[in-house]
Design a protein around this ligand. Structure first.
Ligand SMILES: C[S@@+](CC[C@H](N)C(=O)[O-])C[C@H]1O[C@@H](n2cnc3c(N)ncnc32)[C@H](O)[C@@H]1O
Length: 229
């Protein structure tokens, strides 16, 4: 695979990283999927991905919950060959597409499999974990147990990075709600946790937590949670 690597070599420039994201999208075989990924990147911009990636260790095993089509996992594994991404999602079609994309890109350090955040049965420990726009899709009652199960699966000192959306201001919450409803339909669970409530649950699970609003031109109330075990 022809890509700049930061393993001992020069760090990839912003232009190289953006170019590589385009390349990742191009390996998806269907136009619908490529269009979805481009929309996803409009909402969850490359800048945000880079911020999240900077909190992840450059080597070791990283758990991703709700990996979708693998866009972020493929990106985070591309420049750090000793960072192994283990992505899980409830949607088997997405997992398959993510795996096929990893193969097309020649990435052996990005693996994707079926996994339900509400019933994680992972045996091993991880060096870090992240979840991008997944917690608001979980049934509310499943969230405390989900956070506890991530805590249990991390080595001491391991980070859990969450990107989710706040429930304020109201107009931004409505924009998020409408976007999500278009994607998942009317029957799926959807709940935007107030930052303070999610922080309380993270503390109860055992994490120390710092939160950072991630302002954007688009009206989505993005929040970053940096949690440590
Ligand atoms: C908004 S998408 C985000 C996907 C990816 N994290 C990204 O940023 O592109 C939410 C994802 O969560 C997945 N999901 C929803 N409920 C889940 C659950 N209980 N366990 C695992 N994944 C779940 C969906 O299948 C979907 O791929």
């Amino acid at each position: 695979m022809n890509q700049p690597a930061s393993n001992g070599g020069p760090r990839p420039t912003t232009a190289q990283r953006r170019q590589h994201l385009k390349r990742i999208i191009q390996v998806f075989p269907s136009l619908v999927l490529r269009t979805y990924c481009r929309i996803r990147l409009l909402i969850m911009g490359p800048r945000f991905l880079d911020v999240i990636g900077n909190y992840l260790p450059e080597r070791g095993d990283v758990l991703e919950i709700g990996c979708g089509f693998g866009l972020s996992g493929l990106y985070f594994s591309s420049f750090h060959h000793h960072r192994v991404i283990h992505g899980y999602d409830l949607d088997e079609k997405r997992v398959k597409a993510a795996d096929a994309a990893a193969e097309a890109l020649g990435l052996t350090n990005a693996r994707f499999a079926f996994g339900d955040a509400a019933h994680l049965t992972l045996e091993r420990l991880f060096d870090a974990a992240y979840a991008i726009d997944i917690i608001h899709h979980l049934p509310r009652e499943a969230v405390p147990k989900f956070l506890e199960s991530i805590y249990e699966r991390l080595h001491l000192g391991g980070r859990f990075i969450i990107k989710d959306v706040d429930n304020t201001p109201a107009y931004k919450r409505w924009v998020s709600w409408m976007t999500d409803r278009v994607m998942v339909g009317l029957d799926e669970p959807l709940y935007y946790w107030p930052v303070a409530e999610l922080c309380t649950m993270l503390h109860q699970a055992g994490f120390t937590v710092h939160t950072y609003p991630m302002p954007d031109i688009l009206p989505y109330p993005h929040v970053l949670y940096v949690c440590e075990k």
